[in-house]
Ligand binder design. Structure first.
Ligand code: GZL
Length: 338
């Protein structure tokens, strides 16, 4: 399916190709096969990146991770020559659903979406399916039947939660009172990071989660909730488990305002591995960050082209991720891209 722009792009692409083919045919008989024009996508019905029209429904701009993710998607579209119709959902599901319906009306070739929460997508994904437009889940999963999406490109959030717990157990020696800053309620990363952390902690009865509250993945809310925790539990708190670095940075501010030393009096483990987390580790205020890779743009468009061209793709393509600690932070920070 193509929008009018996409249709005109296809016409222009074919015209240019025709000129090139005619030029190639006029070259001498001895011309090297490598000089001949590639006809990929013309004779077998497949399309190239330059003809691809993608509708992308992004969650919002709630965190540094998200802005890094958006930059990766837009830069990849630019460099590949893909027509990208991008919508910022302002962290509201109704905005994302409205954007997807617009993409369907525009007859894009494929829809990419990072679902703000796991549920409530069945009918709009069914509308896309009925319109013959494949849906690719990026970053976050949706709780829908597998026939309603082509593939999921994103992290294993449960494993991220497990890794955070293992680091926390080492930091506290298996004993301590923890508070938890949870991500957006109902989102796949919040649900899974919550579960993965507890899966490991069940083997350590001395590790107690004395409070758990959502900070909605933002710095401001993370600072507010951590301030509440400190007013309630004060120096009973040994450590913070934060579902993302932005809330952890908010917690650092609250701990300092309370008069305690983050990273020392209260240990902090978080997830994402954004640049500011590396700086906080250099400053001795954060004890570890678990990587969650937002640089999914190139992989997403490669997947989108395969899906549109009818190639079979895995139902889940997990991201590769590491764990980072303060001792390596200064060396690594210059190379971090988000
Ligand atoms: C995880 C992503 C989460 C990040 C947060 O893949 O969905 O959303 O961990 C972001 O920083 O807001």
């Amino acid at each position: 399916m193509r929008t009018m722009n996409g249709f005109l792009k296809r016409i222009r692409f074919s015209f240019i190709l025709l000129i090139l083919v005619l030029a190639a045919c006029q070259s001498d008989a001895g011309s090297n096969a490598a000089d001949s024009v590639s006809l990929a996508g013309v004779d077998d019905g497949t399309i190239a990146y330059e003809e691809l029209v993608v509708g992308y429904s992004q969650i919002g701009a709630e965190s540094e991770w998200r802005t890094g993710n958006t930059t990766s998607i837009k830069e990849a579209a630019e460099s590949l020559g893909v027509e990208l119709i991008f919508s910022d959902g302002q962290q509201k599901q109704e905005n994302q659903i409205r954007a997807i319906r617009t993409f369907i009306a525009q007859q894009v070739d494929v829809i990419g979406v990072s679902p703000v929460v796991e549920t409530g997508w069945d009918s709009v994904f069914q509308e896309a399916k009925d319109a013959g437009i494949p849906v690719i889940l990026v970053d976050r999963r949706a709780d829908v039947a597998e026939d309603l999406y082509a593939s999921y490109l994103g992290s294993d959030f449960v494993e991220e939660g497990r890794n955070a717990a293992k680091v926390m157990v080492d930091l506290l020696g298996g004993e301590g009172n923890l508070v938890e800053l949870v991500g957006t309620v109902g989102s796949a990363p919040a649900i899974d990071r919550y579960a993965g952390f507890r899966e490991v902690l069940q083997d350590y009865p001395g590790m107690k989660i004395i409070a758990s509250e959502t900070g909605d993945f933002t710095r401001a809310k993370g600072e507010e909730v951590m301030g509440d925790f400190l007013r309630l539990y004060g120096d009973e708190i040994d450590a913070v488990y934060s579902h993302n670095d932005d809330m952890a940075i908010g917690a650092i501010r609250a701990i300092e305002a309370y008069g305690l030393k983050p990273g020392e009096d209260i240990k902090i483990v978080s997830i994402d591995a954004i640049r500011d987390a590396f700086q906080a580790m250099i400053d001795g205020k954060l004890n570890a960050t678990i990587e969650c890779n937002p640089l999914l743009g190139p992989q997403f468009f490669e997947l989108a082209l395969k899906v549109v061209n009818g190639e079979s793709v895995p139902k889940w393509i997990p991201s590769e991720e590491k764990i980072y600690f303060p001792e390596d932070a200064a060396e690594i920070l210059p190379s971090r891209r988000y």
